[in-house]
Design a protein around this ligand. Structure first.
Ligand code: GAR
Length: 186
C-alpha cells in the first residue's frame, strides 16, 4: 500500500476528487489531508470524507514538526492540490521525487510566485492565449519549477473569462490528476 498525503490551501475540490478516486483502492490510500490555512474549506471536505486532517503552520513545516506528523502516518508520497506556499528544502530532501504539484496552466508559462487560481486564468486571457491547460510536475525548491510529468490542454475562446476558463481547467484536473498520481506510484 502506498500512503499519500494531500496538501491544499483552499477549497480542496481536487483533494476531494483524488480521495474519492482512491477510495477502496488496495494499492493507494489517502491517509492525511493537510492545510496551513485554518479556514480552508478542504478541512470540511476531509471531515466529510472521513479522512484524517491536520492544520499546521509554515514554521512547523520548516522546523521538522510537520515531517514528524508525516512519519507517524507512514506517508510515502505527497500530492499538492492547490497548496500555495513554497515547500521547504527539508521536506524536499525527505521526499526526493515524491512530491508532485498541479498548476492550472501550461508551464513554464504563467507560473511562479503569486501565480495561482484565477490570477493565472486572468493573465492567460489578458495575453490572448489560444489555449491553456494543466501541468503536473515534481516539486523542487522553487515555485512551479520542477520536472514536468504531464500536461493537458484546452482551448481559450473569445467569450472566456477567468471563471469559465477555471471550469475547463478544473475538468482537466479532475480527469487527469488521480490517474497521473496512480501511474507515478506504479
Ligand atoms: C487548482 O486549479 C490548482 O491547479 C491551483 O489551485 C486550484 C485549487 O483548486 N493551483 C495553483 O494555482 C498552484 N499554483 P481546489 O482547491 O478546488 O482543488
Amino acid at each position: 500500500m502506498r500512503n499519500i498525503a494531500i496538501l491544499a490551501s483552499g477549497s480542496g475540490s481536487n483533494a476531494e476528487n483524488i480521495s474519492l478516486y482512491f477510495k477502496g483502492s488496495n494499492s493507494v490510500k489517502v491517509v492525511l489531508i493537510a492545510t496551513e490555512n485554518p479556514s480552508a474549506m478542504v478541512i470540511e471536505r476531509a471531515k466529510r470524507l472521513g479522512i484524517d486532517h491536520t492544520i499546521f503552520t509554515m514554521d512547523q513545516m520548516r522546523n521538522g514538526a510537520f515531517l514528524k506528523i508525516l512519519m507517524t502516518k507512514h506517508v510515502d508520497f505527497i500530492v499538492l492540490a492547490g497548496f500555495l506556499k513554497l515547500i521547504p528544502d527539508n521536506l524536499i530532501q525527505a521526499y526526493p521525487n515524491k512530491i508532485i504539484n498541479i498548476h492550472p496552466a501550461l508551464l513554464p508559462k504563467y507560473g511562479g510566485k503569486g501565480m495561482y487560481g484565477n490570477r493565472v486564468h486572468e493573465a492567460v486571457i489578458a495575453n490572448g492565449e489560444p489555449e491553456s491547460g494543466i501541468t503536473i510536475h515534481y516539486v523542487n525548491g522553487q515555485y512551479d519549477d520542477g520536472a514536468i510529468i504531464f500536461q493537458a490542454r484546452c482551448p481559450v475562446v473569445i467569450s472566456d473569462n477567468a471563471e469559465t476558463l477555471a471550469l475547463k481547467v478544473h475538468e482537466l484536473e479532475y480527469l487527469h490528476y488521480p490517474r497521473v498520481i496512480e501511474s507515478v506510484l506504479k
